[in-house]
Design a protein around this ligand. Structure first.
Ligand code: 2AM
Length: 492
């Protein structure tokens, strides 16, 4: 057989897979395409792929035979069993040093497992987050590869050339070991939940308290998209609000208010609970979707549970109201990203991953759903200090939240006063106030825990005395009854 021509193989010809192949072919690579349902290969080769540097394979053997060594094979199939099934099918045909890249929406523990299993067999595994939807896959996605670092030199050029660019820099770099690529993609999705919830709350506040029409709200988003909030999600929100149904009224007002979810936001929130990180905004965004889902109960509650009336003149100065709202959205978004990076930092510690923080921000800067000008500032912050403890400690962001604070507080007050649900705005502000408080009421909490469960507490070093010694686990007999036994396992 003549020398194989294929630079890279791709299994899974759904829209994402097809578009990624076309993207790679446009960049001069020869791609070998395969799919479980082989008729899709034929259809693709005869249509979209016609005349391009794309080879159709009708079996795994044919796919592998057509690839240069080390073979590079991307899987873009349904997450879960399909990925394991294809890895199993590929293994008999691969050699040590070949590379399997899972570009699907796999949960990171699966990628950790696959990385380990394949390492044992001499196969280099990469789990790569891919974001940007169908359009992104075709013209430049955000790619977040992690796994076996030995694979990176062999895939770097292809990955960085097909990825989105931000100021000429590719939105793709090596994330870190094992499942780190899929982990970072998961957190991206969690943050996406948060951004979408914040924007939806802003729309709702303008609609209810502000009394704005959808067209007027669309105009506000159009305006915001020219400033610090410039982002893909603000842009599409503007377009959605401008979009009218055939009868000339806004389509969005005809959509049932029950949010769906596929689970990546939940995974992020659950991981935050596991690692003990207050990722409150993403958590609220997931719960807000859950609350929206109990539509029947909400309709019933709307006629039983009273709340304040919104007076017609609730908003006296419309411009000020909108400016405050913009500040609230901006500040809350900063909090959400600060929390997201707190989580990633903790994951790096917990899983012993050496992560590339400036690269993570840059990968989200373009190509993906949360792409924004704002992520350029985050990239800068981490480039200045890759060890940055918290985004809020970077001068740009300290100044930004300081400046936004008054408008943010007024907006949250307004929602509380008029009974408008704004969980994401509210939790962001609560986090901010908690984070900047040196002495929280957890002292009382510790006392309660010690009172009923003898869980012990530690003393504030400056207030130590002969009975309360620094660093010691102290138990007090609060009632004067019972013993002095402390319990660390009793959890009633
Ligand atoms: P199909 O075209 O044969 O259905 C997105 O669904 C992609 O994942 C498609 O390429 C689909 O292949 C593939 N896929 C879904 N479930 C699969 C499975 N259990 N085994 C192999 N491929 C699967």
């Amino acid at each position: 057989m003549s020398e194989p021509k294929g630079d890279i193989g791709l299994i899974g010809l759904a829209v994402m897979g097809q578009n990624l192949i076309l993207n790679a072919a446009d960049h001069g690579y020869t791609v070998v395409a395969f799919n479980r349902t082989v008729s899709k290969v034929d259809h693709f080769i005869e249509n979209e792929a016609k005349g391009k540097s794309i080879i159709g394979a009708r079996s795994i053997q044919e796919l592998v035979d057509n690839l240069k060594r080390p073979r590079r094979i991307i899987l873009l199939v349904k997450a879960g069993a399909a990925v394991d099934a294809f890895i199993e099918q590929l293994l008999p045909y691969l050699e040590k040093g070949d590379i399997i890249i899972d570009g699907g929406n796999s949960h990171f523990p699966d990628s950790n497992r696959r990385y380990e299993e394949l390492k044992g067999k001499g196969i280099r595994f990469v789990g790569s987050g891919v974001s940007g939807g169908e359009e992104g896959a075709r013209y430049g996605p955000s790619l977040m590869p992690g796994g076996d670092a030995e694979a990176w030199p062999y895939i770097k050029e292809i990955f960085q050339s097909i990825s989105a660019k931000s100021d000429g820099e590719p939105c793709c770099d090596w994330v870190g070991p094992a499942g780190a690529g899929h982990y970072v993609k998961m957190v991206h999705n969690g943050i996406e939940y948060g951004d979408m919830q914040l924007i939806s709350e802003a729309y709702y506040i303008m609609k209810t308290v502000g009394g704005l029409t959808d067209k007027e709200i669309g105009d506000v988003f159009a305006q915001w998209n020219k400033g610090v909030l410039d982002s893909f999600l603000i842009e599409i929100t503007r377009d959605i609000l401008y979009y009218n149904d055939t009868d000339g009224t806004p389509l969005v007002e005809k959509i049932l208010d029950q949010a769906g979810q596929k689970g990546t936001g939940k995974w992020t929130a659950m991981n935050a609970l596991d690692l003990g990180i207050p990722l409150t905004l993403v958590g609220e965004a997931v719960f807000a979707r859950c609350l929206s889902a109990v539509k029947g109960e909400r309709v019933k509650a709307s006629s039983i549970l009273p709340g304040p009336q919104i007076p017609k003149d609730a908003v006296k100065d419309k411009k000020e109201f909108i400016d405050n709202l913009e500040q609230a959205l901006y500040a809350s978004k900063i909090i959400s990203y600060a929390q997201g990076f707190m989580l990633i930092r903790e994951a790096a510690k917990e899983y012993n991953w050496d992560l590339n923080f400036p690269a993570i921000a840059l990968m989200w800067r373009g190509g993906c759903i949360i792409r924004s000008v704002f992520l350029g500032e985050i990239t800068k912050a981490f480039k200045e200090d890759p060890q940055l403890e918290n985004l809020l400690f970077n001068k740009f962001f300290t100044d930004a939240v300081t400046k936004a604070q008054a408008g943010w507080r007024k907006t949250v007050s307004l929602t509380a006063e008029y009974g408008i649900p704004a969980p994401a705005f509210t939790t962001a502000l609560s986090f901010y106030d908690g984070y900047r408080t040196a002495y929280l009421p957890a002292n009382l909490l510790q006392a309660q825990r010690d009172y009923f469960g003898a869980h012990t507490f530690k003393v504030v070093p400056e207030k130590a005395n002969d009975n309360l010694k620094v660093g010691e686990a102290i138990h007090i007999n609060w009632t004067g009854h019972g013993g002095n036994v402390s319990a660390t396992t009793y959890d009633a």
